[in-house]
Design a protein around this ligand. Structure first.
Ligand code: ZN
Ligand code: ZN
Ligand code: ZN
Length: 361
């Protein structure tokens, strides 16, 4: 074989591979299907369903053209192969041409079929139909929730995962999976520990979580995420995540602490609103959860110990108070955090975990 053919083949294979499974450098240079076609695809935030209907279809079509592109470019690079003259090109070249044409044709037929009748043949539209009819009504409710900034999102490689208030959406190159949160069971099936990831230079753990829906016709799918996002994921989910195989999760230090913090606070006495005191306002930390924490010195009687009474009204939620508490600790000695103290975020009065009370009615 000519040297140029080998060099060209390797170069084309590499470029195609980067196009199909783009490494970070490609993504940041904007060389992805999404970026090249951004004008056609529209805004993902405004119309997530329409965007992914078009994106998956264009991806199938573009990828199916890659082998034919190779054949044509090879014919141009090496005219001696006479690839454009089937009578002289030889049997193997003809078989290759036929295969490339079939793949391209298959891609075009698939794309045309999916987009037929305003996308109603697309597998994603059919999946939405399983959740309610007509599928466009389901799509618009998904779109509305997707616009909220409170959704959870995680992108690993070419796959993105979104969790809105009631939907779990996983988008890969050709396929979209979606499940309605109230109808799903989640279970951790596997954890992969990587000593060093190519994205950053620290040890990472990826969790594979199976999402099984009780909605008829919705097949289970597996979502994958970095274990440091596990705390955020759980916060966004309505259902608990089962860990039947007792996978050891490498949560971030503060997630682990907040779990223990909440456990302790749940055992403390709660604070009862007095007559005339108003219902809790939204937490001033996250503006989401109600401010349901009141600091009261309960750990020792008045004048004893190092804690000081705080007279602030409830302004923080338990998560934000936990994060605040964790942020005031010695980051090198997490074992001591639960027994330690922190200043009140507003009046700076010193408190310990025993003084953190949930606001009750
Ligand atoms: Zn908060
Ligand atoms: Zn205070
Ligand atoms: Zn105290």
């Amino acid at each position: 074989m000519e040297e140029i053919v080998i060099v060209f083949t390797i170069a084309y294979a590499l470029v195609s591979l980067c196009f199909v499974a783009p490494p970070r450098e490609f993504v940041s240079a904007g060389l992805t299907v999404q970026n090249i076609l951004s004008g056609y695809l529209g805004s993902e935030d405004m119309d997530v369903v329409g965007y992914h209907l078009k994106r998956t279809t264009s991806t199938v079509l573009l990828h199916s053209l890659l082998p034919l592109g190779y054949y044509i470019c090879l014919g141009l690079v090496s005219p001696r192969l006479q690839l454009f003259d089937p009578a002289r090109a030889g049997l193997s070249a003809n078989i290759c041409l036929l295969a490339c044409l079939s793949i391209a044709l298959g891609g075009a037929v698939c794309a045309r079929y999916w987009s037929w009748n305003k996308w109603s043949h697309h597998p994603f539209a059919k999946l939405l139909l399983k959740h309610g009819s007509p599928w466009r009504a389901v799509a618009s409710s998904v779109n509305i929730e997707f616009r909220r900034i409170t959704k959870f999102s995680s992108i690993i490689g070419g796959t993105s995962l979104y969790i809105t208030d009631s939907w779990i959406i996983r988008c890969s190159a050709y396929k979209i999976d979606i499940a309605h949160q109230p109808d799903v069971h989640l279970s951790i099936i596997h954890a992969e520990d990587h000593a060093i990831s190519h994205e950053s230079s620290v040890a990472v753990q990826f969790l594979n979580i199976k999402v099984s829906s009780i909605t008829p016709g919705v097949k289970p799918f597996v979502i994958r995420l970095n274990s440091t996002d596990y705390g955020d994921l759980r916060e966004k989910l309505q259902a608990p995540i089962r860990n039947a195989r007792n996978v050891v999760i490498h949560q971030s230090l503060s997630d682990k602490f907040i779990e223990a913090f909440k456990e302790q606070v749940a055992q403390n006495d709660s604070y009862h609103l007095q007559d005339g005191e108003e219902e809790p306002e939204p937490c001033i930390g996250c503006m989401q959860a109600p401010a349901n924490i009141k600091l009261q010195k309960l750990c020792a009687s008045a004048g004893e110990g190092q804690c000081v009474p705080c007279y602030c009204r409830p302004m923080w939620c338990i998560d934000c108070m936990g994060k605040w508490f964790a942020s005031r600790q010695d980051q090198h000695q997490p074992e001591g955090w639960l027994a330690s103290t922190s200043p009140c975020p507003t009046c700076r009065a010193k408190f310990c975990i025993l003084d953190v009370c949930l606001v009750g009615r």
